[in-house]
Design a protein around this ligand. Structure first.
Ligand code: HEM
Ligand code: CA
Length: 763
């Protein structure tokens, strides 16, 4: 993960110094003054420099670059094992042989009962769903990554490599000269200058060595080295005092209650927009039983017990449930299924820890609308007038219907489900609603462009429209959504606020746009606490589990308009220690009397993804670590002390949620920083970001076009794409409750709700 000097060489292999001088993107400091030179992975973007300026690079041994890191800390676990004098610099044949044997043993697999359609575990599997062709590809890639990880594990154990060296990628062994090289990823070759951004996110960074940065299928990044017990892939299971960590379910039920605490300012639309964003930038994949995407089950039927080790698949990470559990005990459930995330082979082909794979483009590029590869993008297009397929339901455009019988995982025949660029669209009906808004926006814009440019062909209309819709999405995100979530101070520190005029010059060729494990595994899952367990539509109260993977209501004529109004009228729930039972007890219940616990899943997932404890992240931000629970407010400290032995054990998702919100934001400071860091990557590391000029962005907007894009608001987007059967107005500030001081409901024709004038796109 650290930058190698060669990575900085230009296309024609110019010298490193010339490159730095030419781009002006890096400040060179051979040795850091007053701060420490550490590998990039040990210095998260948000602590690199006080004012989040360009990174200062410095020399590390073995020809690598590091960053001058302001915290001056080495963010790794304390080194508790004596360092071995020498570690071989090659992979001995016996390691290769043993690794091969171990791998084959794992692949031999276990015989298990199939997971039945309609069961909550089946539905959970759909969250990671792919097409059959992708399943095959995923299985192969996941296994390739596994072979590399097993070889790393065998080597680490045999040679007694200190865990610290493994988690900081400090073992300079290349797989490229071994038979394992076939499992390493190759970088995409980018020919010419791509005018429009690619569908799969490849070829964004102009340096050929970085053509894969941010592309679909690439591994997630990390802010801190992983907390794997063996330094490679074994999840954290022990307290820092050596005893076993409490079960994720025990923590969930002790700490997360379901209390109605409506937010005084923000509505459910901001929650729903957040989930759409989450799906745009991250979709992990779970390990599968076979190449047909078969699901792994780690519990005995009915969740009565955890399967014994000899019957358990290697990717099992089930959540134990106590026999006295306040909820599940009534059903005799002692085990909640959880399957580990699959890994991606990394492009550096080096021995090291497992890296989780994300299936969607990491960039904020409307991938839920368009897909994350050429094939799914083509499947969604009509190839006429640049338009996307829609299902016309008696005059109203809904998303196209899918023929994939597993899309909803339902056992009910005739359950109609929808298709989009993302397999999770049917997860909840309010998400489908927002996906329809964006798909309609695409066709609305395409139609206007076609009228303005009568000779334009389908391809140009599609790509140009996609460029505009992505720009609108980015503008709404950075202008309306993000300031509400992380507050104005973080927006400023990370240079995230859109300009009012002119182009932004914030592109930085060295910023890796990849999603971080901390963001996808913890910080952005803050959204789960903001969900209200009920939608109130006129007199009807809908419990959210009833509209998960069950979109039949969408066919009711007024439902779409009504749902949008509910979203902007109903307050979102505060982001805190409350999470609706619709998610923490009844997630994906279908017809079952109980469902899954998303809070427990989030905690266990954090351990699966190797997230370090909350305390380590406090330290990264320059805050003192918690030494004892008494430092926290009494009620929180007491609850935590019941499930954690020491503050060093607190899971990141838990610690982050318990913080009080930053002054003018929705989340606490730790999540605000992690989210800010992530959106700084999406902005500063995306060449196609809408505010860049043509020196950076091959598809730059003309100044007048950019000014128009800056008029995009979530309110206008909804007005322009509503059915106008029951919806005729929106709140002026779309994510804010209409009755909040300073805000009001305004009619869709009100001139205070600006319109993006597409006349600027007349050829
Ligand atoms: C509306 C109801 C929602 C439901 C039913 C839901 C459900 C889920 C489920 C089942 C997962 C996968 C859990 C796992 O196995 O690790 C997940 C992941 C996630 N959710 Fe939600 N979620 C909802 C809303 C939200 C919101 C509002 C946000 C953010 C604002 C959000 C952010 C995320 C993120 C970042 C992930 C990780 C994605 C990945 O990397 O795979 N979710 N959610
Ligand atoms: Ca994306």
């Amino acid at each position: 993960l650290s930058i190698r000097k060669n990575d900085l060489n230009g296309v024609e292999g110019r010298s490193h110094d010339a490159d730095v001088a030419k781009s002006g993107l890096l400040k060179m400091c051979k040795t850091c003054t007053s701060v420490k030179c550490v590998p990039q992975i040990q210095c998260p973007a948000h602590v690199r420099m006080g004012d989040h300026e360009k990174p200062q690079i410095c020399d590390l041994p073995a020809g690598k670059f590091g960053y001058c890191c302001e915290t001056g800390q080495n963010h790794t676990a304390p080194q508790n094992k004596a360092r071995r004098a020498t570690i071989p610099s090659f992979l001995p044949p016996d390691v290769l042989e043993e690794a091969r044997k171990n791998f084959e043993h794992l692949m031999h697999g276990v015989v298990q009962m199939p997971v039945l359609r309609g069961h909550p575990d089946f539905t959970h599997g759909i969250v990671f769903q792919s097409t059959p062709k992708e399943d095959l590809h995923n299985f192969a890639l996941s296994n390739s990554a596994l072979e590399l990880v097993i070889a790393s594990q065998v080597f680490g154990k045999k040679e007694q490599v200190p865990v610290d060296d493994l988690i900081t990628n400090n073992v300079p062994i290349q797989f490229s000269k071994t038979p394992l090289a076939q499992h390493c990823q190759t970088r995409p070759i980018c020919l010419g200058r791509h005018h429009f951004r690619s569908m799969d996110g490849t070829c964004n960074n102009p340096l050929p060595q970085r053509s894969h940065w941010g592309a679909a299928g690439q591994p997630m990044e990390r802010l801190l080295p992983p907390a794997y017990e063996d330094g490679i892939w074994t999840p954290r299971a022990h307290s820092s005092d050596g005893t076993a960590l409490s079960s994720a379910r025990e923590i969930s039920s002790a700490l997360f209650t379901d209390v109605h605490r409506p937010h005084p300012k923000y509505n459910q639309l901001i929650m729903q927009f957040g989930q759409l964003l989450a799906h745009d930038v991250s979709q992990s994949a779970s390990v599968r039983l076979d190449e047909n995407g078969g699901l792994v089950q780690c519990c005995s039927p009915g969740g009565k017990s955890i399967l014994p080790p000899e019957k358990r698949h290697f990717a099992c990470l089930p959540i134990p449930v106590s026999e006295n559990d306040e909820f599940y005990s009534a059903f005799g459930v002692r085990c909640l299924n959880l399957v580990r995330l699959s890994l991606a082979p990394s492009a550096d082909c080096q021995l090291g820890y497992g890296k989780q794979r994300s299936k969607v483009t990491h960039f904020l590029d409307a991938s839920p609308i368009y897909g994350s590869n050429e094939a799914s993008a083509r499947d969604l297009r009509t190839f006429h007038g640049g338009r996307l397929h829609m299902f016309n339901d008696f005059g109203r455009d809904l998303l196209p219907l899918t023929s994939d019988k597993d899309a909803c995982g339902s056992a009910d025949p005739g359950n109609t489900c929808f298709k989009s660029g993302d397999g999770r669209t049917n997860q909840i009906i309010s998400l489908i609603t927002l996906q329809i808004v964006f798909a309609r926006e695409h066709n609305r814009v395409a139609d206007i462009l076609a009228e303005l440019n009568p000779t334009a062909n389908d391809e140009w209309l599609y790509q140009e429209t996609r460029r505009i819709v992505i720009a609108e999405l980015q503008h709404i995100t950075y202008n309306e959504y993000l300031p509400a979530i992380i507050g104005s101070q973080q927006m400023k520190r990370f240079r995230l606020m859109p300009h009012r005029q002119g182009y932004s010059t914030d592109y930085n060729v060295d910023v890796n746009p990849a999603i971080t494990n901390e963001f996808s595994g913890a910080a952005f899952r803050m959204g789960h606490s903001s969900v209200d367990g009920k939608f109130r539509i006129h007199d009807e109260v809908i419990n959210i589990p009833d509209v998960m993977f069950n979109p039949s209501r969408m066919r009711k004529r007024e439902f779409y308009d009504d749902m949008l109004q509910t979203l902007y009228t109903q307050p979102m729930q505060q982001v805190d220690s409350s999470i609706t039972q619709g998610l923490s007890r009844f997630l994906f219940r279908g017809h079952s009397p109980f469902g899954l616990d998303l809070a427990a899943i989030n905690i266990q997932r954090g351990r699966d993804q190797g997230l370090r404890s909350y305390n380590d992240y406090l330290e990264v931000m320059g805050a003192p670590k918690l030494k004892h629970f008494g430092q926290l407010p009494k009620d929180i400290g007491e609850k935590l002390a019941r499930v954690y032995r020491t503050p060093d054990d607190i899971d990141l998702w838990v610690g982050g949620l318990l913080e009080k919100a930053v002054e003018d934001g929705i989340v606490g400071i730790t999540f605000a920083e992690i989210i800010a860091d992530q959106f700084a990557r999406f902005k500063h590391g995306d060449r196609y970001y809408y505010e860049y000029n043509d020196k950076v962005n091959p598809a730059a907007f003309r100044p007048a076009q950019l000014q128009e894009v800056r008029k995009a608001t979530i309110g206008r987007l909804i007005c322009d794409n509503a059915d106008h059967l029951t919806l005729h107005s929106v709140p002026l500030a779309g994510f804010v409750l209409a009755d909040y001081p300073g805000n009001r409901l305004i009619s869709c024709d009100d001139s205070n709700l600006p319109t993006v004038d597409l006349n600027m796109w007349r050829a």
